[in-house]
Structure formats: C-alpha cells, structure tokens
Design a protein around this ligand. Structure first.
Ligand SMILES: [Zn+2]
Length: 210
C-alpha cells in the first residue's frame, strides 16, 4: 500500500466526465460510509477536470467508516461456584484491578487463542485434570464438594460469539462444559504454570480495556 500525501497525483475513472482522468489528492469533507453525517478533512482524490471526488485511498477508509453499532450477544451459564472462584483468582494474579467485567475479557481472549491455535482438543483433557485435582484437594482437606452454583453472564461482540460457536462445534461440549473447560485452561496457564507470556499479554489487554 502506497502512503499518499496532499498534492500527490493519480489516475481514476471519473463518472461525471465518463473517462479516465488525472486526479489530485486533497482534503475534503466526505460522507460517512452509512451516509449519516460527514467525516472532516479526509484525504481523497479529486478529478482535475470537474473537481468530483473520484478516489478514496485505503489510508482514508477508517476515518469514514462508521462504527457499526455492534449487536452484543449474551453468553450465560450456571457454573459450580468454584469455577468462578478459580477464574477470579487467575484474574487477580494478572491484575489487582480485576473486577467482574474482567471475566468477559479473559474468557473472550481465551476463546480467540483456542480458536487460533486450534487447541479445542486440549480442553477436555485440561478439564479432566482439573476435576481430578479438585477431588484430590477435597480428600486431602477432608471436605465435601460444595453444590453452590453461580451465574456467569457476559454480553460479547459477534466475533467472540463466533469463536464460542466454533469451539462448541469442535468439542461437542455444552455451553456450560465449554466455559468450565476454558476456565480450567486459564487456571492452568496463569495460576499453575505462571506462563509469563500469557500473563503479560493479559496485563496489556486489561490495562487498555479498563
Ligand atoms: Zn471529472
């Protein structure tokens, strides 16, 4: 992609002149992509003959792209309370500023990483290991597993919702099982392994998203 400056010249088809014309890049107010309102002082190519805007370079498209009002999609599940405790503990390892809102960020990040690295197959194993560890803890501490349940409720953007569906299909898990397994995965990386790369990634993410 060539970076353009004011005064640069090019060629484009001018619909008004009905021919290929020479153009000059100048700053103009241009309507937003959804037609509502105008973006100010945007670098565009205008026809040298009739002064019509005939080219919008790649570097100008973000400025005129109207942020689509994203529809948020709910992901909800009732989980044994211990899972939310584990998630919150991992969040606290990453940042002392962690709050209920941080849960969505962590889960969303992990859904993305799991899809990108095609690691869905690891989820079941991670969850099995966690369950085993949990029952060992109960035995060692002479406790019985609590039946307390808690609701995990998040509203995510369409990209995150897509990742969630991809993983549901890849794992054949229910929503609840998938969320539990993702939390086990976070537990393994952050609490157990203290994975420095992942922790600093999550620290950056929580810092800018706060
Ligand atoms: Zn023209």
């Amino acid at each position: 992609m060539k970076l353009l400056f004011e005064g640069d010249q090019g060629k484009a088809l001018c619909e008004h002149c009905q021919q290929i014309v020479t153009t000059t890049y100048v700053r103009r107010d241009v309507p937003f992509s959804d037609g509502q309102g105008q973006a100010k002082e945007i670098l565009v190519g205008v026809c040298d003959d009739c002064d019509t805007v005939v080219a919008i370079p790649a570097q100008s498209t973000p400025s005129i792209k109207e942020a689509r009002k994203q529809q948020l999609i709910p992901i909800e599940a009732r989980l044994p309370a211990i899972y939310l405790d584990v998630l919150d503990a991992a969040m606290h390892v990453v940042t002392k500023e962690a709050s209920v809102q941080t849960r969505k960020l962590f889960i969303s990040y992990y859904l993305r990483v799991l899809v990108e690295t095609k690691s869905a197959t690891r989820l079941q194993r991670t969850h099995d290991e966690f369950s085993e560890w949990l029952s060992k803890q109960m035995t060692c501490r002479q406790l019985t597993l609590s039946h307390s349940m808690k609701r995990l409720s998040m509203k995510v953007n369409p990209y995150v919702a897509d990742d969630f569906i991809v993983l549901l299909e890849a794992t054949h898990m229910t929503r609840t099982e998938l969320l539990k397994s993702v939390i086990c995965h976070i537990q393994e990386d952050v609490i157990e392994d203290r994975n420095a790369a992942i922790i600093s990634d999550l620290q950056r993410l929580t810092r800018v998203a706060m």
